[in-house]
Design a binder for this molecule. Structure first.
Ligand code: SF4
Length: 379
């Protein structure tokens, strides 16, 4: 990720098929094979112009290189505490459930609480979470509580007490639910469809390929079912958190994709259920108004009918047709209702678009950077 890139040329997608390969390819029959994943669909649904900035590459000359590279626009330093915390916790659980999977496959001991805390420390360092002490001090301090000195591979490091507490509490929670017994881990963060081989809908204009990377896929021993598990972090897992999972295109996408994964693994099953594995960043109040101390963790089971899955496929098709139109015509509608509040924060391009058009290039040079386009495989 370059912070010193310089735009020397911008090529619209309609002019450069080479740039568009990650998004679409033109088939011999003239149809467009469009690659979708939840992040792209969600951005496109939020605002077409947002999608244009985030996912349609421009040719950019990066400092120190003579070659033009496909990049997308991003607010410099525009990482929120909440979103980055979600990525951090997903990293921690990826290591944890990878360990569970190894232990289950090799009949070894399950990971210990110490293992989970070690993963929490390692990812805290790798994801550079301490930067939020400066950029989001209120949220950071509330979570961190204080510091403890820990040993990481022989080196003493300062680690937030709150992060160790979260890992410790999550471990106890999984023990109480008997996850090691009830869940057989099939896959953690396994990308599928990256070759454009999972086709979920098509018509005479487009072929929609779906890509994804569910956090976790488990075989539920008690229910005899395969289910995707999605880790979600939030401020509070009580109240609305339980009711907010329908409609939700991401979960349907996971079910469709895990169904595909099962097909590839020759597992004969119907995947129409998934689990939200909710974790609260904040410690629930110990003195709540109603006198009942709430849980910091919550599992929500979500189920879809065959007709809901068929409806999802139709929605994907309609969006892909519209996206082809947007790219062909370089026409991206602004959705102003999304400018001021996206998950509690203003849109990262608001500072750009509040300026008059003639001033935007200067705004880009001062407040934004060009980064590699999003890729579902994370590579
Ligand atoms: S500022 Fe508004 S119009 Fe512009 S990309 Fe963001 S949501 Fe869309």
């Amino acid at each position: 990720m370059s912070t010193q890139s310089l735009v020397v040329n911008v090529v619209s997608n309609s002019q450069s098929g080479k740039l568009a390969l990650d998004l679409y390819e033109v088939l011999s029959d003239g149809r467009w094979k469009i690659r979708f994943d939840h992040h792209k669909i969600s951005n496109f649904s939020t605002c077409e112009q947002l999608f244009n900035y985030r996912h349609v590459p421009r040719l950019v000359q990066v400092a120190g290189s003579a070659e033009l590279q496909p990049k997308v626009l991003h607010l410099r330093g525009g990482f929120s505490w909440a979103a980055t915390f979600g990525i951090y916790w997903a990293h921690v659980l990826e290591d944890f459930y990878n360990h569970v999977e190894r232990a289950q496959k090799n009949s070894e001991d399950a990971p210990t609480k110490g293992d989970l805390i070690k993963y929490a420390i390692r990812w805290w360092m790798k994801d550079d979470m301490d930067r939020f002490a400066l950029t989001a001090p209120t949220q950071y301090t509330k979570f961190a509580i204080g510091y403890i000195q820990v040993d990481l591979d022989g080196c003493p490091v300062k680690f937030p007490q709150g992060a160790a507490l979260l890992a410790s509490q999550y471990f106890d929670y999984t023990l109480a639910l008997k996850d090691f017994v009830n869940w057989k881990v099939i896959a953690t963060e396994s990308a599928f469809g990256v070759l454009g081989d999972v086709i979920v809908a098509e018509n005479d204009r487009v072929v929609v390929c779906y890509q994804g990377r569910p956090d976790l896929v488990v075989y539920d021993v008690q229910k005899n079912l395969v289910k995707p598990v999605d880790h979600k972090t939030t401020s509070d897992v009580n109240g609305d958190f339980v009711d907010n999972w329908k409609p939700n295109a991401q979960l349907l996408g996971y079910e469709v994709s895990v169904q595909e994964l099962c097909k590839q693994l020759k597992i004969d099953t119907v995947v129409d259920k998934c689990i939200i594995n909710g974790v609260a960043r904040d410690i629930p109040s110990l003195k709540p108004k109603d006198g009942r101390v709430k849980s910091r963790f919550r599992r929500v089971n979500v189920e879809h009918s065959a007709s809901e899955i068929a409806e999802w496929r139709k929605q994907m098709l309609a969006r892909a047709v519209r996206l082809r139109y947007c790219i062909e015509n370089d026409e991206w509608i602004w959705k102003e209702s999304a400018c001021h509040n996206q998950y509690g924060y203003p849109c990262e391009y608001k500072e750009l678009e509040r300026r008059i058009p003639e001033d935007r290039l200067i705004a880009i040079q001062h407040g934004y950077e060009y980064v590699d386009p999003w890729n579902v495989s994370g590579k």
